[in-house]
Design a protein around this ligand. Structure first.
Ligand code: GDP
Length: 595
């Protein structure tokens, strides 16, 4: 294919995902994947490919490329410098610096229940006179002012986006508005949304929408919500419900008032007087402006001119605009802004943070790139087997399940039986259950929550299969309830922290004492069992334990040996020198008790 005339070479990083590459090359993902397959490279859109492969496929598509400027070698001292930047979530030690920040809201609910309409209604009813001239820009998030208080809304409604972010460790939402159409009631995606929000531990405000409709049936919806463990305040629960109409704007103020009340309970704070940290909400390549990223500041204040790192891209913030397209000089916590100046397009969910200088930026980019390259190896215990290992190490205490079944009857039967499995040490939590095939949303929820997906007489939808292939989520399908329960039970008992038991393996009597330098060597006769190098050992003197440690070395004649059996003589050193003739060394092991 001929090289496209007149186009400057596309700058490629050392590593790039297929999705990013398509953006950089400005080709469709389908064309790119086809070209990759032609070259014999099987890749999914999230596969990371190296510079050489990316260059080859670009050439195949007639696009010239060049290598991104060499990233400074991650020298040791730079590593040390970025180490404190690494746990991506900041900790603010000095509570006196924390100030209240606006809440960040996501709207979720079933399709056509009015999520988009509600986002628009909230936005248009709260345009202050000052802002009225601005043209609404869809940048992925917007902020409104209501009674002198600011509220931020994430513009991509729906639990898929919510959980996809969470799967990347980005928990941005403080309060979730669950939209339920009063004329249609709780629907499958309403139930999914409830599970997703609950799994994230985010408080819910129900917006009972379409109240203007003649067939609105609020009581029915309230009862349905209760069936799905959302008990509204009117029914004695703690979830507020506000009747609204996105069409007539009824109740929008009430809704905002309620959201602010719920947010107040959470006492949301951040420290505005520090370099900003936040997340990328959305990013794309603009043909005229280059890479454009919407970032949400989570703590600190972002200023134009700051040096920022977003994922594997670092640069100076050249320009910053708000959701009205208005240039802004600074962005405080919870403020979404669109920034220009990054050399590459970061991914939604990437952490961005202001760094002191270019050197730190380069080191952090290098570290993020390495992390991304190794990202396939998820640290999350997403399979029953990994979970088993994690709990053995005392790292996990809970097995989370996403449960799908063909019919309500089986679902109830399975839930009932699961509830009966003893879970004293390791808890079992069904974070979502529903009738129907295994969906993409089930998989992202499981990925974000380190859960295992269990299907009973279900199939897996094609998009779900793709997610399953890309993530390490364990999907187990069953046709026999007993086998399902047995596996879960096995996993749980396997997961139980082992009970450690002590076993005495032998006794030796100290008959002579030698010294070598400062070390006391006990010349012993093994009375019973064995003496073993490294084994734990107690020193008994007149029936009293005078020391509890281990056998440091074990010698037979002149050789170091691993074990000496009863009836033989040996030289033993312990991790104490206070050994006397007549003492008895009792060797023992501590091992997990088999279940
Ligand atoms: P989404 O899929 O949840 O984002 O739903 P949309 O916001 O796209 O709304 C779906 C449909 O419901 C559209 O035709 C809206 O005009 C309509 N709709 C949304 N809110 C209301 C409402 O409060 N009253 C009435 N009557 N219709 C509404």
């Amino acid at each position: 294919m001929a090289v496209i005339e007149g186009r400057p070479p596309v700058v490629l990083p050392k590593q790039v995902s297929v999705r990013e590459l398509a953006t950089l090359l400005e080709v469709s993902i389908v064309d790119l994947m086809r070209a990759l397959v032609n070259m014999g490279t099987m890749a999914s859109i999230n596969t990371t490919i190296d510079f050489d492969t990316a260059t080859l496929v670009a050439t195949e598509l007639g696009i010239e490329t060049k290598a991104e400027e060499e990233i400074a070698p991650p020298v040791e001292d730079a590593e040390a410098e970025i180490a404190p930047l690494k746990p991506e979530l900041w900790t603010e030690d000095d509570a006196s610096k924390l100030k209240p920040r606006p809440p960040v809201i996501t709207i979720l609910g079933h399709v056509d229940h009015g999520k988009t309409s509600l986002l628009d209604a909230i936005r248009t009813t709260n345009v202050t006179a000052r802002e009225a001239g601005g043209i609404t820009q869809h940048i992925g998030a917007y902020q409104i002012e209501y009674k002198d208080r600011k509220v931020t809304f994430l513009d991509t409604p729906g639990h898929e986006a919510f959980t996809a972010m969470r799967a990347r460790g980005a928990q941005l939402t403080d309060v979730a508005i669950l939209v339920v159409a009063a004329d249609d009631g709780v629907q499958p995606q309403t139930i999914e949304a409830i599970s997703h929000v609950k799994a994230a531990g985010v408080p819910i405000v129900v917006a009972l929408n379409k109240m203007d409709k003649a067939d609105a049936n609020p009581d029915q919806v309230k009862a349905q919500l209760a069936e799905h463990n959302v008990t509204i305040e009117e029914y004695g629960g703690d979830t507020p419900l506000v009747p609204v109409s996105a069409r007539t704007k009824l109740g929008i103020d009430d809704l905002l008032e309620t959201v602010l009340l719920v947010a107040d309970v959470a006492e949301l704070t951040a420290n505005p007087d520090r370099p900003a940290i936040g997340r990328v909400v959305e990013a794309h390549l603009d043909t005229k402006r280059g890479p454009v990223a919407t970032v949400l500041v989570q703590t600190g204040t972002l200023e134009r001119g700051d040096f920022v790192v977003a994922g594997v891209s670092a640069g100076r913030v050249k320009a910053m605009t708000d959701d009205k397209g208005k240039p802004v000089g600074r962005a405080e916590p919870s403020r979404p802004v669109e920034i220009l100046g990054l050399p590459g397009v970061p991914e939604a969910g990437d952490v961005f943070r202001v760094v002191a200088d270019e050197k730190t930026a380069k080191a952090l980019v290098a570290a993020n790139a390495r992390e991304r390259a190794g990202a396939g190896a998820s640290e999350k215990p997403a399979t029953l087997d990994e979970m088993f290992a994690q709990v053995k190490e005392g790292k996990a205490k809970e097995l989370k399940l996403v449960l799908k079944a063909d019919v309500q009857g089986s679902l109830e039967a399975i839930k009932g039986a699961l509830a009966k499995i003893p879970q004293e040490e390791v808890g079992l939590q069904v974070i979502h259950d529903a009738v129907g095939d295994i969906t993409e949303s089930d998989l992202t929820l499981a990925a974000a929550s380190s859960a295992v997906v269990i299907g009973f007489n279900t199939k897996m939808e094609a998009p779900a299969k793709r997610v399953a292939d890309q993530t390490s989520v364990d999907v187990r399908q069953y046709k026999v309830i007993y086998e399902l329960l047995d596996d879960v039970q096995k996993a749980l008992t396997g997961m139980l922290e082992p009970v450690m038991v002590e076993a005495v393996i032998g006794h030796a009597e100290v008959r002579q004492i030698f010294t070598a330098g400062k070390t006391t060597i006990a010349g012993c006769g093994v009375l019973d069992g064995v003496m073993r190098r490294g084994a734990q050992a107690r020193l008994l003197r007149g029936g009293e334990v005078t020391h509890d440690g281990h056998i440091e070395s074990l010698r037979r004649v002149k050789d170091d040996v691993r074990e000496v059996a009863a009836g033989l003589e040996c030289g033993i050193t312990l991790d104490t020198n206070d050994i006397q003739v007549g003492d008895v060394i009792e060797a023992y092991t501590v091992q997990p008790k088999p279940r």
